[in-house]
Design a binder for this molecule. Structure first.
Ligand SMILES: C[S@@+](CC[C@H](N)C(=O)[O-])C[C@H]1O[C@@H](n2cnc3c(N)ncnc32)[C@H](O)[C@@H]1O
Length: 249
């Protein structure tokens, strides 16, 4: 059977309609409790999937990855398998001396592995969507973390000045528009993990130009950076992350 599927906890996601035989085969093979069809690309600021349930009823599950537990309702909240390497990388990016702000925390995609393995002093995990925030709080409890403060808010409304050694911007919809706020969170020196979707031809230039522009505007200078590919986003378009180090001028 050549059907492509993705298993999140005990829920399976497919991207095309299945026959009765195919549903039976997937259930037998994966022992899943539900099969969901993602009907369109994930869009919108909350990154909510559009789904049709092909099998089962219950779509809430616990996904295990890299020793972390992620509870989510797969019918309401996205899970990007393509970001797996970045979630692992973020797990060990910080250290015990740091305070981190995760501006687009979701259910804790980066916050949970980072808080668990890097053990920073504190992670402020900001999330605007109440459903994602609910699971973020559940996941902090499930993973027994005491160094995460979840905040239900639009990150632009959060008043935290000069607190962060590191800011994660794991969102790819006009991310640069949030950079003024990011520099408000940042201490005199710090690192920003800036995500962007960008055409291949300009992927080593445009994100850097934007970072430099907002740094200068906010009284910082870019002192070091590295552009990393996360995944192909569309034909000729990459989802990249820039690890960028800044210092206040
Ligand atoms: C979907 S996550 C990114 C995916 C994730 N990095 C992964 O590994 O799969 C982005 C989150 O940012 C949240 N978000 C969007 N705009 C926001 C804002 N202005 N303030 C706080 N959270 C926001 C969305 O609700 C969503 O949960």
């Amino acid at each position: 059977m050549g059907i492509k599927y993705q298993k999140i906890g005990d829920v399976v996601i497919v991207k095309k309609e299945l026959s009765e035989d195919e549903i039976r085969e997937i259930v037998k093979r994966t022992k899943c409790k539900a099969i969901l069809l993602y009907t369109t690309q994930i869009t919108g600021e909350f990154r909510t999937p559009h789904v049709k349930i092909l099998y089962g009823k219950e779509t809430e599950t616990i996904h295990k990855e890299y020793g972390c537990l992620f509870k989510l309702d797969v019918a309401k909240i996205m899970w990007s398998q393509g970001n797996i390497e970045e979630r692992k990388r973020m797990a060990f990016i910080s250290n015990e001396n740091e305070v981190v702000v995760d501006m687009f925390a979701g259910i804790g995609y980066f916050t949970i592995p980072l808080a668990k393995y890097s053990k920073p002093k504190l992670v402020y995990a900001i999330e605007k969507n109440p459903t994602a925030y609910h699971y973020l709080c559940e996941n902090i409890k499930l993973n027994k973390l005491n160094n995460v403060i979840p905040i239900l808010a639009d990150n632009r409304d959060v008043e935290l000045k000069d607190v962060a050694d590191r800011v994660i911007m794991g969102y790819v919809h006009k991310t640069h528009k949030f950079l003024d706020k990011t520099f408000e969170f940042l201490k005199d020196r710090g690192v920003i993990h800036y995500h962007e979707t960008v055409a291949e031809k300009i992927m080593y230039e445009r994100p850097i130009e934007r970072l430099k522009f907002y740094a200068e505007k906010n009284g910082y200078k870019l002192i070091d950076y590295e552009v990393r590919k996360i995944k192909k986003y569309a034909p000729g378009v990459w989802h990249v992350v820039v690890d960028a180090k800044f210092e206040r001028i």
